[in-house]
Design a protein around this ligand. Structure first.
Ligand code: URA
Length: 291
């Protein structure tokens, strides 16, 4: 490779081509060379996902994205039928409800599995607590609600949105090197894949906050406006929330937090993919610049 050239993996190339990002644009972004000098990787190394099924032991493992995603992340994914709430839709600022929650992850997962704080317990197949590196990962990736597959398997991001998420993380150079823990704003899937209601978010948010306090990720990557508004307590549109590095303050923590488009939203609105790529690039830079 000569000076000025960059090497991209097949997954990265597929993503970047889809975005319409050419080498000129790449060159205009700082640290592009280090981002794209990773050796081509046809597939991510098999992940050691923690498999945090409710009630199961939460052994800390190194892991990244779903094994199924890694094996067969397609260049394109077709839209799902899941309705995505408009990014600019205003949402209520949710007060944080403090409960005495367990101070270890295994017990917290059990509390989630037993939870009946809102009506979703009656329609879930399984709670979806989280999965991945459960001790101080580089990133906690926070989605909105479990998908259909996730609800049956008890694991997050098992479907098409997870495939696209994995693709995005590889394209941005976050995977395969970073360690990740995946979870959601809600731990139960609303029936009919509807958006979460404010009272459901209010009931579930303490679990997420406690998860963050116990997992202690270096950074938070938040997908979609609902999770972002809930965690930041800001009634702002996704457009206002993305494109910057926020700070998450809770339980004595001060963690960089980056918001971007939800992958399910990107499946319906492909023109936001370039912005999502920029957000992930920003996230990667934010972590690199940590002392
Ligand atoms: N699956 C998840 O676990 N979370 C999402 O936000 C979407 C799909």
């Amino acid at each position: 490779m000569t000076s000025g050239q960059v090497a991209v993996s097949r997954a990265q190339l597929a993503w970047l081509t889809e975005l319409g990002i050419d080498r000129k644009l790449l060159a205009s972004i700082a640290d592009t060379t280090s981002l794209f000098t990773v050796p081509p990787a046809p597939a991510i190394a098999p992940a050691a996902r923690a498999g945090l099924k409710p009630g199961a032991a939460l052994a800390p493992t190194r892991g990244s994205a779903p094994a199924s995603d890694q094996a067969a992340a397609p260049a394109r994914v077709s839209p799902t039928s899941r309705p995505i709430p408009p990014d600019a839709q205003p949402a209520q600022v949710i007060p944080v409800v403090r409960q005495p929650l367990p101070d270890n992850l295994t017990a917290l997962a059990e509390s989630v599995a037993q939870c009946q704080a809102c009506g979703l317990h009656a329609v879930r197949h399984q709670t979806v607590f989280g999965d991945g590196v459960a001790q101080a990962p580089d990133w906690m990736v926070i989605g909105e609600v479990p998908g259909d597959h996730d609800d049956h398997l008890g694991l997050p991001f098992q479907g098409k949105a997870g495939e696209l998420l994995n693709h995005m993380l590889v394209a941005a150079g976050i995977l395969p090197s970073a360690t990740l823990f995946y979870t959601n704003l809600l731990k139960c899937r609303p029936k009919g894949a509807r958006a979460p209601k404010p009272e459901e978010i209010e009931a579930c948010l303490p679990f997420l906050r406690q998860q963050i306090a116990l997992v202690r990720p270096a950074g938070l990557l938040v997908l979609g406006w609902q999770a972002a508004q809930a965690l930041l307590g800001q009634r702002a549109s996704l457009d206002r929330l993305r494109g910057q590095v926020h700070r998450y303050h809770d339980a004595g923590l001060d963690i960089p937090l980056v918001v971007t488009h939800h992958p399910a939203s990107l499946m319906l609105r492909g023109h936001f993919k370039a912005a999502a790529w920029q957000d992930l690039h920003l996230a990667r830079q934010a972590l690199l610049s940590l002392p």
